[in-house]
Structure formats: structure tokens, C-alpha cells
Design a binder for this molecule. Structure first.
Ligand code: GLT
Ligand code: MN
Ligand code: MN
Length: 390
């Protein structure tokens, strides 16, 4: 394959400080890797050709740091950005780690916790704006319940909405060039999470004071955990102009949130996802929210990151080859793929409805049609395996 497999800035590949830099801690075991400073992390990204970096407020400046320590960390981070040309592509706030958020943040039953959560988010938005982040993500890790008796969900949604409306108004008041992206997840760490899927989040956004300011940051692993098709969810988000950001990783269905390397599991799903992003001209960051295997160490973690980008580029090349293959175009024609783009009846009129009712259809003949989906789908497999060249 003569296609380009090394990343360029225009690919907009980005990584969060908590991803490649994940220490390997899990619920059953402690860290297996040493920490990397934010500045060294950015230098590492520069070396592998990544474009962007993202962070939680607490990843950049650890809670409890003095003003002098915070200034030093931010200064070093800024120097590394300037040195490498890496940009800050997204910022977010950690409203899940500290035990005070054990009952939720924006939806905690304790009003003091809710006020603290909004205060922390306001300060994190300031930090995001300070580094020019165009997107601010809200992943409601602790917004949920174990016992359904503990929260009346309609109240919880009211409080969630109140928080996002307040924070949107703050962004406008400050004149920040920043949009919000909600990241849905069905469960983990809570038993049930509010706004569990792309669909729930998109419907919720429509109820906000300014829906245009809020979109989505869907993640492969999260929809897959819910047993849903990430591809179909992302397609609808694009259709509703709500795909502001995307978290690429991989996941086996029915498991805990694995955050595996993009392209390491559902390769056919990943092929269609990349094809969709490329075909629709999605122009936001391609953000890898994944972590190296817990037994990976040293250079291995950077190899993991470089391979995430390589796989994306390889799939994009496969998607282009698939789209331009005459055999695929022929099979797609037989399947009626392009015919679905034609309007069915157009706009309603009394006359057209009368004519439609009078039209003669032959359902038996329609039922006898073959759509050749087997042929079309085998071509997908042939392309992924590279058999189309043989
Ligand atoms: C956390 C979560 C991710 C979110 C991050 C943003 S933090 O690691 O598992 O899916 O994207 O808050
Ligand atoms: Mn995840
Ligand atoms: Mn994520």
C-alpha cells in the first residue's frame, strides 16, 4: 500500500494526558508505570507526530498545588507546546476522582457538592481558555446511581441542565471561544449513569438554553458497552450537527470500559467509522482516549500511541480504495445504496397523496428482488484483508 501511514498535523490526532500517560492502576492493582510530566508528555507527542493534547484540570495541575507550583507546571507545559507546535485540542474537569463526588457532582444530592462542582468547572474552563482549547468536555462519570431510590431522575436531569446552562452562560459572559461536548456512558463507575448514550445526550441538549453551544464527544468503548452500534450513533450525531469531538479506542462487547488501542478489536466497525468520518468531512480532533495494556512499559507506550494513528490512516486508505473500487460501486448499485439518497414522495400535497393511493404496486415482484448485500459485504472483508488487489 503506497498510502501515507505517518501522521501530519492536518490529521488532527490528539491524546489526553491521562491516556498514554495512564499509570496502569486498576481496581485490583496499583500503578505499573512511572508518571510523565505534562511537558514531557507534549514532547513525546511531538516526537510521534501527534497534533493535539487534552487534559483534565487535575492532570495538568495536581489538586493542592501552590500558586507557585501551578505557575511552574503551566509555564513548562506552555514551553513544550511552543517547542513542538502541539496544540491544546480539548480541556475538561475531573468531577469523579475525589471522594466528595461519590454521590455525583452536578447531580449530587448535597447542594454544597453541586456548588463546588460548578465552581471547579468554572475554574477548569478558565484554564482551558487560557490554553486556547476550542472544546470543553463533560463526562459525567459520577452522575448516576446504584440505588434508584436515591435520586428522582427528573430532578437529577433538572440539576444537570441547570449546571450546563450556567456554565454556557459563563463562557459567553467571558467571551471565550469554546463549545461544550457531552460524553455519554451507560455505566461505570456508577451502576447507572444519567445521559447513558448518544441518543439520550442529543435529546437532552435540545432542552438547554442554547443547544447550539453543546454537542457530543462520543466514545467507541461506551456505546459498545451498551451493546449499541457506535457507527450508527455517530452517523446520527453528524446528521444533527452534534459531533464536536470524538474519543477513539476499542472495546469488547459486554465488558467493563476497556479503553483499548483503536483498531485492536472491532476492526470492521472501525473501518466503517473511519470511512464515515472521512466521507462526511468531520473536521474536529481525532482524539484517542485509550491506554496501553497494563503490562506495557517505557517506549512501548509511545509505540502504542503511534500505532493508534497508523491504524487510523491505514483504515482511511482502505476506505478510499473501497469507495473507488468498480466492483464495490457495482455491488452498491445492485444493493440500491445510491437510490436511498433519492427523495421518496417529496413534499405533501392533497393531489400527490391521492395519486399515490391510486398507484398500482406489485408487492410480490418487490419481494422477489435481490439486494446483493452478501456480495457487497464480502467486498468489505476482501478490502480489509487486501484481497481486492489479488
Ligand atoms: C475518563 C473516562 C473517559 C473520559 C475522560 C474525560 S476521563 O478516563 O473514562 O472516557 O473521556 O473526562
Ligand atoms: Mn472509556
Ligand atoms: Mn472518553
Amino acid at each position: 500500500m503506497s498510502e501515507r501511514l505517518t501522521p501530519l498535523p492536518e490529521d488532527k490526532f490528539a491524546f489526553g494526558l491521562w491516556t498514554i500517560g495512564h499509570l496502569g492502576r486498576d481496581p485490583f492493582g496499583d500503578a505499573t508505570r512511572p508518571p510523565i510530566s505534562p511537558a514531557d508528555f507534549v514532547r513525546g507527542l511531538g516526537r510521534i507526530g501527534a497534533w493535539g493534547v487534552s487534559f483534565h484540570d487535575d492532570d495538568l495541575v495536581p489538586p493542592g498545588a501552590t500558586a507557585a507550583e501551578a505557575g511552574k507546571i503551566k509555564g513548562d507545559f506552555r514551553s513544550a507546546l511552543d517547542e513542538t507546535g502541539v496544540v491544546v485540542s480539548m480541556a475538561t474537569t475531573n468531577l469523579f476522582w475525589h471522594p466528595c463526588f461519590k454521590d455525583g457532582a452536578f447531580t449530587s444530592n448535597d447542594p454544597e457538592v453541586r456548588r463546588y462542582a460548578i465552581s471547579k468547572a468554572l475554574r477548569a474552563i478558565d484554564t482551558g481558555a487560557e490554553f486556547g482549547a476550542p472544546t470543553f468536555v463533560f463526562w459525567g462519570g459520577r452522575e448516576g446511581v446504584e440505588s434508584a431510590a436515591s435520586k428522582y431522575p427528573l430532578d437529577a436531569l433538572d440539576r444537570y441542565r441547570e449546571a450546563l446552562n450556567y456554565l454556557s452562560a459563563y463562557v459567553k459572559d467571558q467571551g471565550y471561544q469554546l463549545r461544550f461536548a457531552i460524553e455519554p456512558k451507560p455505566n461505570e463507575p456508577r451502576g447507572d449513569t444519567f445521559l447513558p448514550t448518544i441518543g439520550h445526550a442529543m435529546a437532552f441538549i435540545q432542552t438547554l438554553d442554547d443547544p447550539s453551544m453543546v454537542g457530543l464527544n462520543p466514545e467507541v468503548a461506551h456505546e459498545t458497552m451498551a451493546g449499541l452500534s457506535f457507527y450508527q450513533g455517530v452517523a446520527q450525531a453528524i446528521w444533527q450537527e452534534k459531533l464536536f469531538h470524538i474519543d477513539l479506542n476499542d472495546q469488547k462487547i459486554g465488558r467493563y470500559d476497556q479503553d483499548l488501542r483503536f483498531g485492536s478489536e472491532g476492526i470492521k466497525d472501525d473501518f466503517f467509522l473511519v470511512r464515515l468520518l472521512e466521507l462526511t468531512g468531520y473536521s474536529g480532533p481525532k482524539h484517542f482516549d485509550s491506554r496501553p495494556y497494563r503490562n506495557e512499559y517505557g517506549d512501548g507506550i509511545w509505540e502504542f500511541a503511534a500505532n493508534s494513528m497508523k491504524t487510523y490512516l491505514a483504515l482511511a486508505a482502505k476506505a478510499r480504495a473501497f469507495n473507488s473500487d468498480p466492483a464495490v460501486q457495482q455491488a452498491a448499485e445492485l444493493a440500491g445504496v445510491n437510490a436511498l439518497a433519492e427523495p421518496t414522495v417529496g413534499k405533501f400535497s392533497t393531489a400527490s397523496a391521492a395519486a399515490l393511493k391510486a398507484e398500482k404496486f406489485d408487492p410480490e415482484k418487490l419481494a422477489a428482488r435481490n439486494y446483493f448485500n452478501e456480495r457487497l459485504d464480502q467486498l468489505v472483508i476482501d478490502h480489509i484483508f487486501g484481497l481486492n488487489n489479488k
